[in-house]
Design a binder for this molecule. Structure first.
Ligand SMILES: *[C@@H]1O[C@H](CO)[C@@H](O)[C@H](O)[C@H]1NC(C)=O
Ligand SMILES: *[C@@H]1O[C@H](CO)[C@@H](O)[C@H](O)[C@H]1NC(C)=O
Ligand SMILES: *[C@@H]1O[C@H](CO)[C@@H](O)[C@H](O)[C@H]1NC(C)=O
Ligand SMILES: *[C@@H]1O[C@H](CO)[C@@H](O)[C@H](O)[C@H]1NC(C)=O
Ligand SMILES: *[C@@H]1O[C@H](CO)[C@@H](O)[C@H](O)[C@H]1NC(C)=O
Length: 382
C-alpha cells in the first residue's frame, strides 16, 4: 500500500520537523556571571532560572557552589575555562585530565541528580583583539587536551568542546557580510581549530553585539540595532538587511564559509543590551531590543544568507548585573543584566515563561551587607 506508507512516512517526517522546530525555538539560555560584590546565592539563582522556564545557562568558570546548585535541575550547562588556565592545559594532558575530572566528571556522573553539562568552553574569548597574541599559542593544544580528557572519561559524545569567539575576530570591507573574513592574524589558527571543532561536531560559539555596533559604527542606526520595522534597509549585493543581528550573523557565516566550513552550527554565545552607563543604554531600549530579538528567533525566518534556517541556540547577556566587571570599555559593562544583582526584573521579556506572563523575581532575598560590615570590623563584635 504505497499511498498509506507514504502518508505514514510524511506524518513521521512532519512530526520530527515540528518537534525539532519546537525544540529549537525553546533553546534560549542566559549567561550567568558572578563578578558581583553581593552575589545572589546560587540556589536562589537556580530557582530564578526555573521559575522563568530558562533551560540553558552558560557559566564563565566551573564554580563548585554554582554546579552543586545546578545538580538535578535538568538545566543544560556550559562550563568555562578561564584564559589564564590555557597555558597549563596546553602543555599538560594531566592538567586537562584533572580539570575534566574535578569540573565535569564529578558532577556529570552523580547519578540522576547530576549536572547536565553540554559544553566546555575553552577560554573566554581568547582571541579578543585587546589581548594581543598572548593566548593564541595555547588554544589549540588546550582544546585538544580537554577533548582527549573527555574522551578518556567517556563523555566526549555528550559534552562538546567549544571556543567562544568575539565579533572583533572578523573583518569585512565596508561592513558588508558578503565581504567578511577572519582577522588575518587568526587565519592560520582558525583553519586548524575549525577543522578540529568540525571533526568532533562542536558548534561555533560567537558573541555579537548590536548595541556595540550601534555605539561604534555610525552606519548602524538605533532602529536598525533594535529590529524596528522602520529601520533603513542596508543592501549587500542582492540581499536586503533589515537589522544589525542579521548583518552580524551573516558576517560570521561568510567568514566560516570562506574558511571551508559553510555548514557549521553557529551559536550566539552572548547577546544583550545594557540598561545604563552609555547613551541609549536604558531599560526601555533593552526591553525593545530583547523583544525584537525574541520575535526574530521565534519567527524561524533565519537570515538573508540562511533563510528559514532556524537560529539554534542563543545565550542572552546577561542574567544579572555584575558590579565588579571591568569598566575599561565603558560603564555600561556593569549593567547588562535582565535582572538587577538581587534578581529583580528590570523590564519584561518572554524568556520561556509565556507571552502573557511577567518575569518572576528572586524570592526572599536576604541582604547581608550590614552584617558583613560588622564581621569585617575588628572593633565591633556581633
Ligand atoms: C603547547 O604544548 C606543547 C605540548 O606540550 C608544547 O610542545 C608547546 O611548546 C606548547 N606551546 C607553547 C606555546 O608553550
Ligand atoms: C576546576 O574549576 C575551578 C573553577 O574554574 C578551578 O579553580 C579549578 O582549578 C579547576 N580544577 C582543576 C583541577 O583545574
Ligand atoms: C558606511 O556605509 C558606507 C556606504 O555604504 C560605506 O562606504 C562605509 O564604508 C561604511 N562605513 C562603515 C564604518 O561601515
Ligand atoms: C542614541 O540614539 C539616538 C536616537 O536614535 C541617536 O540619534 C544617537 O546618535 C544615539 N547616540 C549614540 C551615542 O549612539
Ligand atoms: C586566510 O586568508 C586568505 C587570504 O586573505 C583567505 O583567502 C582565507 O579565506 C583566509 N582563511 C580564513 C580561515 O579566513
Amino acid at each position: 500500500m504505497p499511498t498509506n506508507s507514504c502518508f505514514i512516512f510524511f506524518t513521521i517526517i512532519s512530526f520530527f520537523v515540528i518537534t525539532s522546530m519546537v525544540c529549537r525555538v525553546r533553546a534560549v539560555g542566559v549567561n550567568w556571571g558572578t563578578l558581583a560584590s553581593h552575589p545572589l546565592p546560587p540556589p536562589k539563582v537556580v530557582s530564578l532560572l526555573k521559575s522563568n522556564n530558562i533551560n540553558k545557562v552558560k557559566l564563565i568558570d566551573a564554580d563548585s557552589n554554582v554546579l552543586q546548585a545546578l545538580s538535578g535541575s535538568n538545566i543544560g550547562v556550559t562550563v568555562g575555562i578561564p584564559n589564564s588556565m590555557l597555558r597549563g592545559l596546553n602543555s599538560s594532558k594531566k592538567a586537562a585530565d584533572s580539570w575534566v575530572h574535578d569540573n565535569v566528571t564529578r558532577y556529570f556522573l552523580n547519578g540522576g541528580s547530576g549536572v547536565r553539562i553540554e559544553y566546555v568552553a575553552v577560554g573566554d574569548e581568547p582571541f579578543l583583539q585587546c589581548y594581543g597574541e598572548q593566548f593564541h599559542p595555547f588554544v589549540i593544544g588546550a582544546v585538544t587536551n580537554i577533548h582527549s580528557a573527555l574522551a578518556r572519561a567517556k563523555l566526549d559524545s555528550k559534552v562538546k568542546v567549544v571556543v567562544p569567539f568575539s565579533f572583533d575576530n572578523f573583518q569585512s570591507e565596508s561592513n558588508l557580510p558578503s565581504k567578511a573574513y577572519f582577522r588575518p592574524d587568526l587565519n592560520k589558527t582558525m583553519i586548524e581549530l575549525l577543522s578540529f571543532l568540525n571533526k568532533h561536531e562542536s558548534p561555533f560559539f560567537v558573541s555579537i553585539s548590536p548595541f556595540l555596533e550601534h555605539l561604534q559604527n555610525k552606519n548602524i542606526s538605533l532602529d536598525f540595532a533594535l529590529f524596528k520595522e522602520t529601520a533603513h534597509i542596508r543592501n549587500d549585493n542582492h540581499r536586503a538587511y533589515k537589522n544589525s543581528f542579521d548583518l552580524s550573523y551573516d558576517t560570521v557565516v561568510t567568514a566560516l564559509s570562506g574558511a571551508g566550513f559553510p555548514n557549521m552550527d553557529v551559536i550566539m554565545a552572548k547577546i544583550g543590551w545594557p540598561t545604563d552607563g552609555a547613551v541609549n543604554a536604558t531599560s526601555y531600549l533593552a526591553e525593545t531590543f530583547m523583544k525584537g530579538l525574541m520575535n526574530h528567533l521565534h519567527s524561524n525566518l533565519g537570515t538573508p544568507l540562511k533563510p528559514r534556517h532556524p537560529l539554534t541556540e542563543t545565550y542572552l547577556f546577561s542574567l544579572l548585573d555584575e558590579d565588579q566587571r571591568s569598566i575599561a570599555s565603558g560603564n555600561y559593562e556593569r549593567h547588562w543584566g535582565i535582572f538587577t544583582f538581587d534578581g529583580q526584573a528590570k523590564y519584561q521579556v518572554d524568556l520561556g515563561q509565556g507571552p502573557s506572563k511577567s518575569l518572576v523575581n528572586a524570592q526572599n532575598v536576604e541582604y547581608l551587607s550590614s552584617k558583613w560590615c560588622v564581621v569585617n570590623n575588628n572593633e565591633i563584635m556581633p
